[in-house]
Design a protein around this ligand. Structure first.
Ligand code: NDP
Length: 246
């Protein structure tokens, strides 16, 4: 299936930022969207807006750290719309800070959401894609993994683990069934700073987002571009950053 209209797309981290913008754009362009995140009320509000605009949408409260929740998200897509064409594994947290702060709980959270959450998505969706003979994994990684900067080492490590995972999955999928795409955004104006504990670091990141961050819709358009290619065309990596970002 080519294009966006008619595809069934599950999106994790759909309650704000990039996930929310992606849900709106894909629904506008005729995809059926299945929205997952922990904040169910935010998902329901968004779902209501998409439905009122004529879109096809269901919501499913999902914690990606729990395999059963991600299985339920994928099952919801199949139950409601008969198939799953794309899984956008976008949920992520950025508990950034210097390694020497030894925020081992924050490290674990990032590993659980940013890496294990994506693995849970693969475990849930790969059998569906194989059975259908087609499917597309799209993940949101980060330029933090391309240009390593102090204070973001562990966050970048989780993102680069996902990048590696996508490349390995790609190489194991040359029978033409599965497409993989890693999207690496630079600064985007979202709520990602909320998880940063250090107030000075949080303020600095917030300032960068507000001063020159991309609108989340820009990343949504990149996701749509990867999705709308014919099935024999795989967009493996997209880097998208503000023109002024160093
Ligand atoms: P937001 O904080 O606005 O969105 C993050 C989303 O992830 C929310 O919907 C949140 O929903 C969800 N989420 C967090 N933890 C979980 C969980 N355990 N289970 C399910 N959902 C979860 O930030 P962004 O839109 O910026 O983030 C989206 C992705 O983009 C992330 O992977 C982030 O790392 C990446 N990214 C962002 C950049 C930026 O500058 N903003 C730059 C590069 C990459 P809820 O809390 O309701 O569960």
């Amino acid at each position: 299936m080519t294009g966006i209209a008619g595809k069934v797309v599950a999106i994790t981290g759909a309650s704000s930022g990039i996930g929310e913008a992606t849900a709106r754009l894909l629904a506008e362009r005729g995809a059926a969207v299945v929205l997952g995140a922990r904040r169910g009320a935010r998902l329901d509000d968004l779902g209501g807006e998409i439905r009122a605009a004529g879109g096809r949408v269901v919501t499913c409260t999902t914690d990606v750290t729990l395999r059963a929740d991600v299985e339920a998200l994928v099952a919801r897509a199949v139950d409601e719309f008969g198939r799953l064409d794309v899984l956008v594994s976008n949920a992520g947290i950025g508990k950034i800070g210097p390694v020497a702060a030894l925020d081992t709980d924050g490290w674990s959270e990032m590993i659980d959401v940013n890496l294990r959450g994506v693995l849970h998505g693969i475990a849930a969706a790969l059998p569906v894609f194989q059975q259908q003979g087609a499917g597309h994994f799209i993940t949101t990684v980060s330029t933090a993994g391309l240009k390593i900067v102090p204070g973001q080492a562990v966050y970048a490590a989780t993102k680069n683990a996902v990048r590696t995972l996508m490349e390995g999955l790609r190489q194991e999928s040359t029978n033409g069934v599965v497409r993989t795409t890693s999207i690496s955004p630079g600064f985007v104006r979202t709520e990602l700073d909320a998880a940063i504990d250090d107030p000075a670091l949080r303020d600095q990141i917030r300032r960068n987002m507000d001063d020159f961050g991309l609108p989340p819709e820009a990343v949504a358009r990149a996701i749509a571009f990867a999705m709308e290619q014919p099935h024999d065309v795989e967009i493996g990596d997209i880097t998208i950053r503000p023109t002024v970002q160093g």
